[in-house]
Write a protein that binds this ligand. Structure first.
Ligand code: ADP
Ligand code: MG
Ligand code: ZN
Length: 495
């Protein structure tokens, strides 16, 4: 037996291979669009190149290279002088050329790292490499799953969509850590503007998992190269979400522990995550690199990328922006986190904060707006073209022309539900702040109609004033300011 240990004394080692679709207008080696049209027919968004027809040549998409360079800068990777493309040869029906155009020994990003935080603990996940390649087409297993289908349909519309494959070091020690990493990675990619997390299948994960003897793991969680190489690992394919990764890995770890408990050895193999059933199933014994007969793609010259790094700027990344929000605007950790959750939210917040007190802006964006959007399953990007209307709402509150209560409970909600601007809603609902004369009259009426509350107040019952404030608020339809009403009542009662 290798170093595989008995089930009781094992520790978990996980490494990820993450495929992300890059947001470019066209495919990586041809001019076909990457954007699925509504109700598009299968095999219509194709051309001789992405169908692999004889004589069709690839032309590298500059936008895909730019996106890759941005990713490299964000994960602090080395970008080499030159990068090259290789053919990875294998037959599978979703691969029209019988090879995938990918990168091999000179990938565009080499090394790097990303910090993640799980339950307040920060850890650094090493990134081995990240390379560009083309997405294959997609298969549709008719009548069910890969195992039960009677036949399979193939659609090449996706074939040639640019992918970045990001390979991590085996640095994860729990499924929860992989989930945090994937969330962080999508956040960073989204900030870079190279990735759309809402697109179906835009992130796919292969998770490698093995169990190593617990005593081989140092206190800091490190494991020697020899032990890692010795451990038989399963590569779990077909994971398509952060949560899916966590679930698939939790299942796979239990399965491997059970295999060891029965005194058997873990197979080195490729397994398939069956999302619907929540299990991993064996697909094939794991292929080795030599099986793919990698060789240089003669139709694509080596690409000089050394000076791209200096020429392509990247925006401020989420961690840095979070820190800056705390320092520059005096926000607490939670608000700063919420307000930097996507670049669009952060940009929106800064636009509002530039016009008002940053803390007032934070309350309005982080608590009120995001809360109401979330309730309606909307994103900031659904409303960011209405920035002016939203700042107008905050302006009305800041100027004391609208009560906080009406702004939150009526105007904001109707803005989202009806699509009207705040002034229209205020006019329609009669929410303009009550005229002082109207408030004063309501104060008089409340005092006249509730002599018992007035008596209680004079007897020192503080609750009585709240009752009277409530009466005035009701009489003015909520358009008075409760603090002001409180002040007016006290003044009148002390006369
Ligand atoms: P392969 O060529 O077989 O895909 P790689 O060396 O490219 O192997 O590694 C693939 C992934 O497997 C990487 O994400 C790496 O971190 C991970 N990995 C390597 N060793 C282990 C291990 N012992 N347990 C879990 N994952 C591992
Ligand atoms: Mg691999
Ligand atoms: Zn094409």
């Amino acid at each position: 037996m290798s170093t595989q240990a008995a089930a009781e004394e094992t520790a978990v080692v996980i490494g990820l291979e993450v495929h992300v679709q890059l947001e470019t207008d066209t495919k990586i080696f041809c001019g076909c669009s990457t954007e699925p049209a509504d109700d598009e027919e299968p095999n219509t968004r194709t051309c001789p190149t992405c169908l692999g027809l004889p004589g069709a040549l690839p032309v590298l998409n500059e936008g895909a290279v730019e996106a890759a360079v941005k990713i490299g800068k964000a994960i602090d990777a080395d970008i080499p002088e030159t990068t090259t493309f290789h053919r990875k040869n294998y037959y599978y029906p979703d691969l029209p050329k019988n090879f995938q155009l990918t990168q091999y020994d000179a990938p565009i990003c080499q090394g790097g790292a990303l910090d993640v935080r799980v339950e307040g603990e920060r850890s650094t996940i090493g990134i081995t490499r990240a390379h560009l390649e083309e997405d294959p087409g997609s298969l549709q297993h008719a009548g069910g799953s890969i195992e039960t289908a009677t036949h399979t349909l193939v659609n090449y519309n996706r074939a040639g969509t640019p992918l970045m494959e990001i390979v991590t070091e085996p640095d994860f020690r729990s499924p929860a850590e992989t989930r945090a990493f994937l969330a962080k990675l999508s956040e960073v990619l989204e900030y870079l503007g190279v990735f759309d997390a809402t697109r179906d299948g835009s992130l796919r994960v292969d998770a490698n998992v093995s169990l190593v003897p617990a005593e081989e793991m140092a206190d800091d969680g490190s494991v020697s190269e020899d032990v890692l190489a010795d451990a038989n690992r399963a590569e779990v394919k077909n994971i398509s979400s952060h949560k899916g990764a966590e679930k698939a890995l939790a299942y796979e770890i239990t399965r491997q522990r059970n295999v060891l408990r029965r005194g058997r050895e873990i197979e080195q193999e490729t397994r398939h995550w069956d999302e619907a059933r929540g299990v991993t199933v064996s697909m094939r014994s794991k292929e080795a690199e030599k099986d793919y007969r990698y060789f240089r793609e003669a139709d694509l010259p080596a690409l000089e990328v050394s000076d791209w790094k200096a020429q392509i700027p990247i925006p401020e990344l989420p961690d840095a922006r979070r820190e800056r929000f705390r320092e520059e605007y005096g926000l607490d950790r939670e608000s700063a986190s919420k307000l930097t959750s996507t670049k669009a939210v952060a940009d929106f917040y800064e636009d509002v904060a530039s016009e008002f007190d940053p803390e007032l802006a934070a309350t309005w964006v982080a608590d009120n707006l995001l809360g109401e959007l979330n309730y309606r399953e909307l994103e900031i990007t659904d409303v960011d073209h209405r920035l002016d209307e939203f700042t107008r709402l905050v302006e009305l509150v800041a100027a004391g022309e609208l009560t906080v209560k009406n702004a939150e409970e009526v105007v904001l909600r109707e803005m989202l539900d009806e699509g009207d601007d705040p002034d229209t809603i205020i006019e329609r609902e009669g929410l303009g702040k009550a005229e002082s004369g109207e408030v004063a009259a309501a104060v008089e009426t409340a005092i006249e109609e509730h002599p018992e509350a007035v008596a209680d107040y004079h007897a020192g019952d503080e609750g009585a004033i709240n009752f009277l404030v409530g009466q005035v608020m009701a009489a003015t339809g909520g358009s008075a300011d409760p603090g002001e009403v409180n002040g007016l009542l006290r003044e009148r009662l002390e006369e």
